[in-house]
Write a protein that binds this ligand. Structure first.
Ligand code: GDP
Length: 238
């Protein structure tokens, strides 16, 4: 087991999760992951299939990098989104060949400083239509840059999420840009920040796509939401 996995194992055990969850996460994210569809309007979403996990965050928060780090691929999700480009929900399937265990959904970024009111309204309309109607959606991961913490636009989005029936969880990104001693206080700050949001999951996960911190832990967390039937394809499964 690598140092990174060892650290994740200790962190998981502290949260009541076990090595089996880490194995499940590692196995699942080593399965084929394919781009399914990009949807610019609610009418062309793929039909609901496997359980969905969706990634939300301000532009430049490191969303594409995190999806790529989780799936171990460099080019799956496009990095460095150009602010202002077409708002699109991107769908990826993950799971053993012929058996999608999970659909990953990359939401368009929000909170770009020069965003026009019309674009904010378009984002809200598209994303809310998706969130409210998507029965297979298990969780929204709200990504927050560890250096900046929760911004007004994050609170706005979390307020919207509070009005939907979907649970969401905060994931800190780019922790490698902090000093080691700064991570715990930033995690605590984020935990305090989400207290006022009713639908927020209390556990915050700190990640770095560059150094891999928190990636094994996040994979395990996501794997716990996948279709359990898919794990029958995992070697050693009974
Ligand atoms: P997106 O707009 O949210 O999809 O963000 P990207 O994934 O394109 O990342 C935005 C910028 O942050 C890029 O320059 C990435 O290289 C950088 N970045 C993303 N994740 C990390 C990370 O974990 N650590 C560091 N140091 N930089 C990161």
């Amino acid at each position: 087991m690598s140092d990174e996995e060892e650290a994740a194992k200790v962190a998981l055990e502290g949260k009541g999760l076990l090595k089996g969850d880490l194995d499940a996460g590692r196995w699942l994210f080593a399965q084929p992951c394919d781009f399914l569809r990009g949807a610019t309007e609610i009418g062309n979403l793929p039909p609901p299939g496997a359980p969905e996990i969706c990634f939300a965050g301000r532009s430049n928060v490191g969303k594409s990098s995190l999806v790529n780090a989780l799936t171990g691929r460099n080019t799956l999700a496009r990095t460095s989104n150009t602010p202002g480009r077409t708002q699109e929900l991107n769908f990826f399937t993950l799971g053993p060949k012929g058996y999608p265990a999970l659909t990953l959904v990359d939401l368009p970024g929000y909170g770009y400083a020069r965003e026009t009111r019309t674009r904010v309204e378009q984002w809200t309309k598209l994303v809310m239509a998706y969130l409210q109607g998507r029965v297979v959606l298990q969780r929204v991961l709200v990504l927050i840059d560890a250096r900046h913490g929760l911004k007004d636009s994050d609170h706005e989005v979390m307020k919207l999420l509070d009005t939907t029936a979907v649970s969401y969880q905060v994931v800190l990104t780019k922790t490698d840009k902090l000093k080691a001693t700064e991570v715990a206080p930033r995690l605590e700050e984020a935990r305090q920040g989400i207290r006022r949001h009713v639908a927020a999951h209390p556990m915050v996960i700190a990640t770095s796509s560059v150094r891999g911190e928190g990636i094994a832990e996040l994979r395990a967390e996501i794997a716990s939401l996948a279709d359990p039937e898919a794990f029958r394809y995992k070697p050693g499964a009974v």
